[in-house]
Design a protein around this ligand. Structure first.
Ligand code: URA
Length: 212
């Protein structure tokens, strides 16, 4: 299925298997957290596939060798609070040098529009290539607002990584920010009248942190 330019759906069997367990209503908070972290780590592997490499000279115990290391802009990861936090450790396991910035947004339950309550970003954020983390791309309001903030700060390279996206969320983000690459493990059917993704996985924040 083609969801348009700049949308990448990861169909790796490990990602899909773990996503099925994540979606299952019988999966408890501990296992849910572990699985979200594991999927984020697997997705980090794919999201970083096109990072530029440069040749470096190193010395092995046997002798000199040419090797390749990541070059170009440094990376930053930006979880949208609070559910995005569940993906941070998985990303950091593969990209330990990435700086982490936080953007706190909540959805007004009546209007379903995002409201900012916290923002703390790395000082050199505009020099970094950023990956926004939010497991659920639902209406797209929070993600669009997060991209707005980051672009206002001079950031020019932004990717968005989620577990499940709704078609409405993809359309909303790309309407305003067609340059943002969206990486997701699944694109579900639709949103319901409360702004939840159908069939989705429920409330990602509640399931991560055991609140309800
Ligand atoms: N946020 C969630 O946690 N779940 C949804 O389905 C939509 C938004």
């Amino acid at each position: 299925m083609d969801y348009g330019k700049n949308v990448f759906v990861f169909d790796h069997p490990l990602i899909q298997h773990k996503l099925a367990l994540i979606r299952d209503e019988n999966t408890g908070a501990k296992e849910f957290r572990e699985l979200v972290e594991e999927v984020a780590m697997l997705m980090a592997y794919e999201v970083t596939r096109n990072l530029p490499l440069e040749e470096v000279q190193i010395k092995t115990p046997i002798g000199p060798a040419k090797a390749r290391m990541i070059s170009g802009k440094k990376l930053g990861i930006i979880p949208i609070l609070r559910a995005g936090l569940g993906m941070v450790n998985g990303m950091l396991k593969l990209i330990p040098a990435a700086k982490v910035g936080h953007i706190g947004l909540y959805r007004d339950p009546d209007t379903l529009t995002p409201v900012e309550y916290y923002c703390k970003l790395p000082a050199d954020v505009n020099e970094r290539e950023l990956i926004i983390l939010d497991p659920m791309l639902a209406t797209g309001g929070s993600a669009t607002m997060a991209v707005d903030f980051l672009k206002e700060k001079g950031v020019t390279s932004i990717k968005l990584m989620c577990l499940i996206a709704a078609p409405e969320g993809i359309a909303a983000v790309h309407k305003k920010h067609p340059d943002v690459e969206i990486y997701t493990a699944a694109v579900d059917e639709k949103l319901n009248s409360h702004g939840y993704i159908v069939p989705g996985l429920g409330d990602a924040g509640d399931r991560l942190f055991g609140t309800k």
